[in-house]
Design a protein around this ligand. Structure first.
Ligand code: GDP
Length: 495
């Protein structure tokens, strides 16, 4: 490491520690928990945060959140967020879409923040006599794609290129990577730099990454993350690069060559995109929930499941003291609880919730083993932040079959029928395997007995209509195990 880069890093650290100190002192009266909410695109971040806020503000049923079960939560309200430069999470708009229109809100596209202040009575006699407790919950919503970028901080352009091309040439991806690989064919990295060519390569590379994310493939491991979630950086040079075949050319890229141009942009991406995200947002979190759309990967088959496992391993490595975080770890606060949550469990019958949880536990367990993870407490659960279905029993050929009831979104197709958004249907969603290992080897099928493995019939249901009590009170948004998640994430601060 040169002295210059060392100095920059030290300055970053110092700046960060001063910021941290200012935050703590500024909020001396009110303890603050910064909760990171992440997950790959469409994992369920927006829905999770909206449900969390709505339930806490409207006295939702949260029996597994101890403070709520004991009737100690006096109220929750939104307060101005501490960071002026970060967009506010539009919770009012999202609640409106969900509750009034019964549609799903616009998904996360970039970072957003929201402060929820919770008033509670302490469970302890002494603390109670000192007055009511208050907790600032600063919720930070950010794309999981950005998190998968953190390992790039420890990789130079050469190793990034080698890894990205190995993945692109893997048999499971080679077809979708075809046009990009064809562009690389016969290309001399030492040829003169050329903007048109750079843009075409970056364009094909981005198309390939996008195609990997499509539902039928559902791959997860797709850095650089901003290529998929550019935020306000769309079209900037820092996002106009691609990996090149540098094998056999050990020599440094010659000045003015395409390789040199790509390398410089890759380094710019790390400097202007990845490091600021790490320093300004990630390193300031106290608790983290990682939402995982495991059902989508399960439906796409073993290659998508294996890919999800790799992504989870990389994500967990980002939280590990060492490697990436060692750059900052001396003075940063540490995330001390991480929850991995499989979302959209309401697509399954209750009997399958534990199986979904077991599958995610299995995917993360490997990551923990491999990473020799030590530090934060890690837990896993299956949840539905908003429950769009109810359960029922269907009789089929004289046999009782567990089913779910829900209203498919307008235009949703099920068995060839197109739904209008007003018709409720009963559906046998399919079963997950008892043995979590089975998901690495079997053909998923589609919840209808095709294929030899698990398969869940994935129908997009409308959000539920809010129920009213006999007294005419509107109940909060229904959920599955959201309260367990909240208890793990900040229940100890409401003691
Ligand atoms: P984000 O990209 O992580 O912000 O994802 P969203 O929160 O916008 O969720 C993406 C989509 O997944 C939504 O539009 C819903 O269709 C679906 N979804 C998310 N959470 C739930 C849930 O708890 N239950 C159901 N049934 N669908 C959900």
């Amino acid at each position: 490491m040169t002295q210059k880069t060392f100095l920059t890093r030290l300055t970053d650290e110092l700046r960060y520690s001063v910021d941290n100190l200012a935050e703590t002192v500024g909020d001396l009266g009110t303890p603050t928990v910064r909760l990171g909410v992440t997950g790959l695109s469409r994992a369920g971040k927006t829905v999770f945060i909206t449900a969390l806020v709505h339930n806490l503000m409207h006295g939702g049923r949260l029996p597994m959140l101890e403070a709520a079960a004991q009737g100690r939560i006096a109220g929750a309200r939104l307060e101005p967020q501490p960071d002026d430069a970060v967009p506010r999470f539009d919770v009012e708009g999202h609640v409106d879409t969900l509750v009034r229109e019964r549609l799903w809100p616009q998904s996360t596209r970039q970072i957003a923040e929201l402060r929820l202040t919770i008033e509670f009575e302490s469970a302890h006699f002494l603390s109670r006599t000192l007055g009511r407790g208050r907790l600032n919950l600063d919720i930070v919503d950010y794309p999981g794609e950005w998190l998968l970028d953190l390992p790039l901080l420890t990789k130079d352009y050469r190793s990034f290129s080698a890894e990205a091309l190995t993945r692109a040439r893997d048999t499971t991806r080679a077809t979708v990577a075809g046009p990009f690989l064809a562009e690389l064919d016969g290309l001399d990295p030492q040829a003169e730099a050329d903007e048109t060519r750079a843009r075409r390569l970056a364009g094909r590379f981005t198309d390939y990454l996008r195609a990997c994310r499509a539902d039928e493939r559902a791959f997860s491991m797709l850095p650089p993350g901003r290529f998929l979630m550019p935020g306000d950086l769309e079209g900037s040079p820092a996002l106009t690069f691609a990996p090149l075949d540098l094998d056999g050319t050990d020599a440094p890229a010659s000045p003015g060559s395409l390789a040199a141009m790509m390398e410089r942009r890759y380094e710019a991406y790390k400097k202007h995109v990845v490091r600021p995200f790490f320093r300004d947002h990630f390193a300031r979190l106290d608790r983290q929930i990682v939402l995982v759309d495991a059902l989508n990967a399960l439906n796409a088959g073993p290659a998508a499941v294996a890919d999800l496992e790799t992504a989870l391993t990389e994500i967990l490595a980002a939280f590990r003291p060492g490697k990436v975080s060692r750059l900052f770890s001396i003075l940063t606060r540490r995330i001390d609880r991480i929850l991995f949550a499989a979302t959209k469990a309401d697509h399954l019958h209750r009997a399958d919730h534990d199986r979904l949880e077991a599958i995610l536990r299995r995917l993360v367990a490997r990551a923990i083993d491999r990473a020799e993870y030590g530090g934060a407490e890690v837990d896993v659960l299956a949840l539905a932040a908003i429950r769009a279905t109810r359960e029922a029993t269907l009789t089929h050929d004289g046999e009782d079959v567990p089913a779910i009831l829900g209203t498919p979104l307008p235009g949703e197709r099920v068995n060839g029928d197109v739904y209008d958004g007003a018709t409720e249907i009963a559906l046998f969603p399919g079963d997950l395997p008892d043995d979590p290992d089975a998901v690495f080897s079997s053909d998923p099928g589609a919840g209808d007995g095709s294929g030899d493995g698990p398969g869940v019939r994935f129908v997009r249901f409308r959000p539920p209509a809010l129920q009213k009590t006999a007294e005419g009170l509107t109940l909060s948004l229904p959920h599955i195990r959201l309260d367990r998640a909240l208890h793990f994430l900040f229940g100890d601060h409401l003691a």
